[in-house]
Write a protein that binds this ligand. Structure first.
Ligand SMILES: Nc1ncnc2c1ncn2[C@@H]1O[C@H](COP(=O)(O)OP(=O)(O)OP(=O)(O)O)[C@@H](O)[C@H]1O
Length: 188
């Protein structure tokens, strides 16, 4: 039986929107949550980066276009974006720290586990710990690989205790109840 639920799909297909709708539905069923989303940041119509936003309402930088950073800080790059690992870890790691909890009604939200987030070895460690722990229920998103698949993401996709929903234009408006039911079924 699976104990974690992930959404996957192409960029911008509606994964985060579905996560938010699922959490709304689960709140009325008595679930509580911890974790984070990543949000696109725009300036005058142009995408300039991504923020991390925790479910407790804290916000910090995940990445910005390289022109916003001093040149010595270009160590972790994805395309034109530079990842601010320290800022990401400061918010992501505490938000995931309930992972050893035995309370199955606390859902650990991780949106997303992608190339930028995986620069952080501490993040990889806590995600692995959450997936392997007896009590945690992880509800997350993973991207569909463009080019070479990322090993850690493929490992998650192939775990027997993970249920993956592939979100498409055709199913995104009708799949909410199936996702809610899957989370209710976790660990039963
Ligand atoms: N069911 C839907 N119908 C129409 N528009 C939608 C739907 N779901 C999401 N959108 C819109 O598509 C855009 C991207 O949605 P969202 O951020 O949820 O996608 P995502 O898959 O999480 O993206 P990313 O891969 O960049 O994280 C948003 O503007 C959102 O309002």
């Amino acid at each position: 039986m699976y104990k974690h639920v992930f959404l996957t799909g192409t960029p911008g297909i509606g994964k985060t929107t579905l996560i938010k709708k699922t959490l709304e539905a689960l709140t009325s069923l008595g679930f509580s949550f911890d974790g984070f989303y990543t949000e696109e940041i725009r300036d005058g119509g142009r995408r300039v980066g991504f923020d991390i936003v925790t479910l407790s309402g804290k916000r910090g930088i995940l990445a910005r276009i390289s022109s916003s950073f001093p040149s010595e800080k270009h160590e972790f790059r994805v395309g034109q974006y530079v990842v601010d690992i320290n800022s990401f870890e400061q918010l992501a790691l505490p938000a995931l720290n309930h992972i050893a909890s035995e309370n199955h009604k606390t859902v650990c939200v991780i949106d997303e586990i992608g190339k930028m987030e995986l620069f952080s070895q501490s993040f990889v460690y806590v995600v692995q710990k959450a997936l392997d722990s007896a009590g945690a229920l992880v509800f997350g998103t993973i991207p569909i690989a463009k080019g070479k698949p990322l090993h850690f993401i493929e490992e998650i996709r192939n775990r027997r205790d993970v249920k993956v929903f592939n979100i498409t234009k055709e199913n995104r408006d009708v799949i909410l109840q199936d996702i809610v039911a899957a989370i209710q079924d976790c660990n039963k």
